[in-house]
Design a protein around this ligand. Sequence first.
Ligand code: FAD
Length: 445
Amino acid sequence: MPEEAADHAARVARLQAQLVQAPEVRLAKRTSNLFRDRVKVRRPRLDVRDLDHVLAVDADAGYVDAEGMVPYDALTDACLVRGVMPAVVPELKSITLGGALAGVGIEATSFRHGLVHETVLEFDVLVGTGEVITAHPDGAHADLFYGFPNSYGTLGYALRVRARTIPVQPFVAVEHRRFNEAARFFEALAAACAGDADFVDAVVFDAGTLVLNVARFVAQAPYASDYTFERMYWRSLLERELDYLTVRDYIWRWDTDWFWCSKNVGAQHPLLRRLFGRARLNSRTYTKLMRLNSQLRLTPLLDRLRGWHRESVIQDVDIPLPRAPEFLDWYLREIGILPLWLCPIGATACADRFPLFPRQRALYVNFGFWDVKRTRQAYPPGHFNRAIERKVMELGGIKSLYSDSYFSRVEFDAAYGGAAYAALKARYDPQQRFADLYAKCVLRH
Ligand SMILES: Cc1cc2nc3c(=O)[nH]c(=O)nc-3n(C[C@H](O)[C@H](O)[C@H](O)COP(=O)(O)OP(=O)(O)OC[C@H]3O[C@@H](n4cnc5c(N)ncnc54)[C@H](O)[C@@H]3O)c2cc1C
């Protein structure tokens, strides 16, 4: 057995032994992109921090095999040296392969390849019984293969994942097409998804400024723009119609400024930006600062002193394309946190096979918005997040569960495959070693 495989097997055996000792567990990871303050529950932690190795990249066969806690920047670098990339690479460098599989991942190739879990070929899961099961689309554990996405670590932990790769070229040419009204913008977005682009996403700056980004791999480029230090990618969308980046810089174009959220830690102020320096301008730094702020409750105190009522609204919601203009119109009127990231998700062959993240085999638009809603008027806790949930359900959409949720149990089970989940939980975690999905994602346990 090659050394890497032997080391992997030893790490897995150690985790199995640790799990069966404990009546219940939770993960001990290096990083997390979960955005909800969790109720402090004393659960032994399963130390998976060293399960972050890339095991194999087979560019000809079109897949990469890696351990579940490998962060996407390390995974992508291991692929790029062989002329490929994972078919869908979420924007934030610290997101892990297993976390994107269990927690749903998306990026600008999703219009063609779907969500991260729709690009996965097989994976090994440490389930509640202590067994390690290999899940394939067919065979004895096909229910786990299709039931694992959006389970948020409550059915088991993905220890090894095999995901599809796609060939790359050294550079990416990106067009920024500007629109001043939504109807023509959504028509162009649909047309771009039906065309030969390699990447499609968009940003809404306000009701009259909507920028569609259509990008393609190219072998050569007259120049390569650098947005890893002084300049900011999000601003370039309003300054340029055409741009060229190296493929690696294109993949991480949003990480340097956490889309545009680096403003919340002052990193867009020229002097502070220099103090941060190139090495610290990234989502890992900002996540640490945001967690520190959340512990110290600094900005809530400042807002209260200024007479602001606040609600954190950090969400990604997926809306079927035909209802997307309606959602945008409602969102701009009722929520209005801007800019807004839009990312189309294609009608892949398996799109409708995942019971815990149910969607039609059709084109959807992901709307991502991450900030605080400040008002002079006081509202009940979760008022705006609750309104978003109702609107998403009304429009036949679905919401990611990495942040705050206020669904009732009945609504949650209807929206996220409650019956299928109960059957999976009974089969793969009969002793309830892992938390329950509703308790974890809504009750914050
Ligand atoms: C501001 C912001 C922007 C975001 N933007 C995007 C985006 O553009 N694209 C995108 O795809 N996603 C985005 N996300 C969501 C993010 O992808 C998900 O939250 C994802 O689950 C995080 O993965 P992680 O590896 O950081 O896992 P964590 O945050 O550590 O874990 C997420 C959940 O998955 C479980 N989990 C983690 N690893 C495993 C494993 N190996 N096996 C089983 N369960 C596991 C954990 O228990 C936890 O419940 C964003 C999140 C935030 C906060």
